[in-house]
Design a binder for this molecule. Structure first.
Ligand SMILES: *[C@@H]1O[C@H](CO)[C@@H](O)[C@H](O)[C@H]1NC(C)=O
Ligand SMILES: *[C@@H]1O[C@H](CO)[C@@H](O)[C@H](O)[C@H]1NC(C)=O
Ligand SMILES: *[C@@H]1O[C@H](CO)[C@@H](O)[C@H](O)[C@H]1NC(C)=O
Ligand SMILES: *[C@@H]1O[C@H](CO)[C@@H](O)[C@H](O)[C@H]1NC(C)=O
Ligand SMILES: *[C@@H]1O[C@H](CO)[C@@H](O)[C@H](O)[C@H]1NC(C)=O
Ligand SMILES: *[C@@H]1O[C@H](CO)[C@@H](O)[C@H](O)[C@H]1NC(C)=O
Ligand SMILES: *[C@@H]1O[C@H](CO)[C@@H](O)[C@H](O)[C@H]1NC(C)=O
Ligand SMILES: *[C@@H]1O[C@H](CO)[C@@H](O)[C@H](O)[C@H]1NC(C)=O
Ligand SMILES: *[C@@H]1O[C@H](CO)[C@@H](O)[C@H](O)[C@H]1NC(C)=O
Ligand SMILES: *[C@@H]1O[C@H](CO)[C@@H](O)[C@H](O)[C@H]1NC(C)=O
Length: 435
């Protein structure tokens, strides 16, 4: 109770000191002077306070230049607010765009984000506030009630660090599969029973062999993509990254999102990001109701889920607890110090307590609905010094069980051990042969 009260005071204090500097902000350090691949918008170019490349159209006018506008709620809520540098004219009125990204760190080089605003009919259904009046109140711009649905997450990966953004693919897709492909026109392809969609040889990578069927999966001509982020709710939504040397934006793309059923038998895919209510067994829909992407029906040759992760996790927890206590003590000292300091300085601009509490509640709802988000949060915590993949680490046992593994699978299993040990990962490889 006391702590909560103190926290609200501190938030108000910090907020007030940032508020005086309202206008432009300096971007968080990892974004400054770098290029990031946005799953939806392509490459974004950040300077220390501007961003270009997040292109949209409002009243038929193009906007793609933005400046950092408010960052005061970045540390607390992940909110980063941009203001459009290009204005939009409509009649006599000049509008400025305000975009609120809610960012969550996945690795040092990758984030996922949601836009927090209602869709705007006059702005190509984008979730951007267009206002004629200046506003410096972030709760006007960041509307948590109308944020994007969980499955529609967007990702940012820092250019030059794509390899570092790799994550393990989620359990339902940890296997090697035969598949059929149904295009959005309804035609069915890849009906041969020998197609190959492999994840077992490297559980961070999906590899496709187009020899038996030349329909590209995950819009990758090269036939290889990396898992970079997963959000689970009723289905598993996994984002993959295509590191091909070039993509054309019409038949090949950098990012693809799959909605996968929990049994790993059905998936729907779309370029860029998943869409609202994207179901594994039906096509993703555009705003106008048109089918997008493709449907896949998979049959596993074998599956390779991680098994027990106990010993490693226990170690991590001990570290986390010690770190947490230490960190907590330091944090309280800092907070009390700051509070004393702020209390003495006179100008305090209030932000509503409801707002602060509202966002915390919002987070709780998210993690209740979605354990994966909790996982992302743990990764985000620098204090615990967790490797981004620790929570998915298998145990330190090196038992490789092979039951009637066909020759080609043996090879891939060997490859897997090699590639994982190169990464210094302990490996427990357990095969369940389906066919
Ligand atoms: C990013 O923007 C800066 C400043 O406008 C420019 O000098 C630089 O060439 C741009 N980089 C890329 C990769 O577009
Ligand atoms: C940001 O960039 C501008 C122009 O390059 C420069 O004047 C300013 O000092 C930079 N600020 C920081 C904090 O790096
Ligand atoms: C903007 O400000 C003008 C003048 O103060 C006011 O008439 C108008 O209603 C405001 N618009 C919005 C969208 O708040
Ligand atoms: C910011 O806006 C919210 C809701 O629009 C309002 O409740 C709050 O009082 C505003 N805060 C300030 C400092 O104007
Ligand atoms: C792809 O499949 C064909 C036919 O099954 C096989 O000959 C070829 O070696 C495979 N390619 C790779 C890279 O595994
Ligand atoms: C099955 O694959 C063979 C070549 O491996 C190809 O000739 C044949 O057309 C394929 N059949 C279907 C239904 O895709
Ligand atoms: C893919 O295969 C089909 C028939 O198997 C063929 O008609 C088509 O030209 C091929 N497309 C490409 C791009 O190779
Ligand atoms: C990913 O693509 C970049 C740019 O084409 C290339 O430099 C890099 O070597 C690729 N990485 C891997 C692991 O293929
Ligand atoms: C991606 O997200 C946007 C909103 O940013 C949404 O309109 C769109 O339907 C989503 N899916 C695709 C494939 O574009
Ligand atoms: C789901 O996948 C299974 C197994 O591949 C397949 O039999 C079934 O038809 C698929 N369902 C739909 C609706 O595509």
């Amino acid at each position: 109770m006391c702590i909560n009260f103190l926290m609200i005071g501190i938030v108000q204090c910090l907020f007030s000191s940032f508020q005086t500097a309202a206008g432009t902000c300096i971007l968080p350090s990892m974004f400054r002077n770098s290029v990031w691949h946005d799953s939806t918008k392509g490459d974004l170019n950040f300077t220390n306070s501007t961003m270009s490349g997040w292109q949209m159209t409002a009243y038929s006018q193009s906007v793609s230049q933005w400046e950092c506008f408010i960052d005061s709620a970045y540390e607390s809520n992940g909110y980063l607010i941009f203001k459009s540098l290009q204005k939009v004219e409509f009649g006599d009125v000049t509008f400025t765009g305000y975009m609120c990204m809610q960012l969550t760190k996945v690795t040092d080089y990758s984030y996922y984000y949601y836009l927090l605003y209602t869709q705007q009919r006059n702005a190509a259904e984008e979730r951007i506030l267009y206002s004629e009046n200046a506003t410096s109140n972030y709760s006007t711009i960041c509307n948590t009630v109308s944020k994007e649905p969980l499955e529609q997450f967007h990702m940012l990966i820092k250019s030059g660090y794509e390899w570092e953004a790799r994550q393990y693919c989620p359990t339902p897709i940890l296997g090697n599969f035969d598949y059929t492909y149904t295009g959005s026109d309804g035609n069915v392809y890849c009906q041969n029973s020998s197609d190959q969609w492999r994840v077992c040889s490297d559980r961070q990578t999906m590899t496709f062999n187009y020899t038996t069927c030349n329909k590209t999966i995950a819009y990758s001509k090269g036939g290889q993509v990396w898992c970079v982020g997963t959000i689970s709710s009723s289905y598993t939504f996994v984002m993959v990254y295509n590191n091909d040397s070039s993509v054309d934006g019409s038949t090949t793309y950098r990012f693809t999102c799959f909605s996968i059923s929990s049994d790993g038998l059905n998936a729907s895919m779309v370029p860029k990001n998943c869409t609202e209510n994207q179901i594994p067994t039906t096509f993703a829909k555009r705003h106008d109701g048109q089918n997008m992407g493709a449907k896949l029906a998979m049959t596993p040759y074998l599956t390779c889920p991680f098994t027990s992760a106990t010993s490693k996790v226990e170690n991590v927890n001990v570290g986390a607890v010690v770190g947490g206590i230490l960190g907590g003590v330091i944090l309280i000292v800092v907070i009390v110090g700051l509070y004393m300091f702020c209390k003495r300085s006179s100008t305090v601009i209030q932000i509503s307590g409801n707002e602060a509490r509202g966002s915390v509640a919002d987070d709780k709802v998210d993690s209740a609905r979605n354990p994966q988000i909790e996982r992302f949060r743990v990764k985000e915590d620098k204090m615990f010094n967790l490797s981004p993949r620790d929570d998915l680490m298998p145990t330190s046992n090196h038992i490789i069980q092979k039951n009637h593994v066909p020759n080609n699978e043996r090879n891939s299993a060997k490859q897997s051990v090699e590639s994982l040990s190169v990464n210094d990962y302990d490996e427990q490889f357990s095969h369940r042969v389906i066919m």
